[in-house]
Design a protein. Structure first.
Length: 163
């Protein structure tokens, strides 16, 4: 009993850390580095282009709509929000299949880890049922395999042309 009281909080903290790092990796720009036509090294992430394009478009739209004064009309605000969403949709549609697979696998991993986190918090609060903690390891393992699969798919498709 004492061992599970000590191990459950450690597991919960580790799972929260893992989920945080997985979420950060989804937006981290250094998934791939390549040289552009000027010889400069550029990085590309799974969602970096979507975020950067959205920010640039929303800034442009805000300037066109006169957003520097704090009183935006609702139609101008709607145009700014719509302009921010369109690049993400087009980036998803234009993305290669392996990038979509990577993003989907990371989403599955985060979903499984969220279920495991909620289940472990419930299991921690209900101390009288230690057998509730069993399936959490399986969910976490499946989430880890989904993360590993995303990295493997990305790595395979990134280096397959180098051999």
């Amino acid at each position: 009993m004492c061992k599970t009281v000590i191990l459950k909080p450690i597991f919960i903290v580790g799972l929260i850390s893992s989920m945080t790092l997985t979420g950060i990796a989804l937006y981290f720009p250094n998934w791939q580095a390549y040289e552009n036509e000027n010889g400069e090294v550029e990085t590309r992430g799974l969602l970096k282009n979507c975020i950067q394009t959205s920010l640039n478009n929303s800034q442009d739209q805000a300037q066109l709509a006169g957003a520097d004064n704090l009183l935006l009309q609702s139609s101008a605000r709607d145009q700014v929000l719509l302009a921010a969403k369109e690049p993400c949709i087009s980036v998803w549609e234009e993305a290669e299949a392996y990038v979509k697979i990577c993003i989907s696998l990371i989403g599955v991993s985060l979903a499984l880890c969220t279920i495991a986190l909620l289940w472990s918090i419930l299991s921690f609060c209900v101390c009288c049922c230690p057998n509730l903690f069993g399936p959490i390891g399986i969910l976490t393992l499946l989430g880890g395999f989904a993360n590993l699969g995303a990295v493997a798919v990305f790595l395979y498709n990134t280096i397959k042309g180098d051999f």
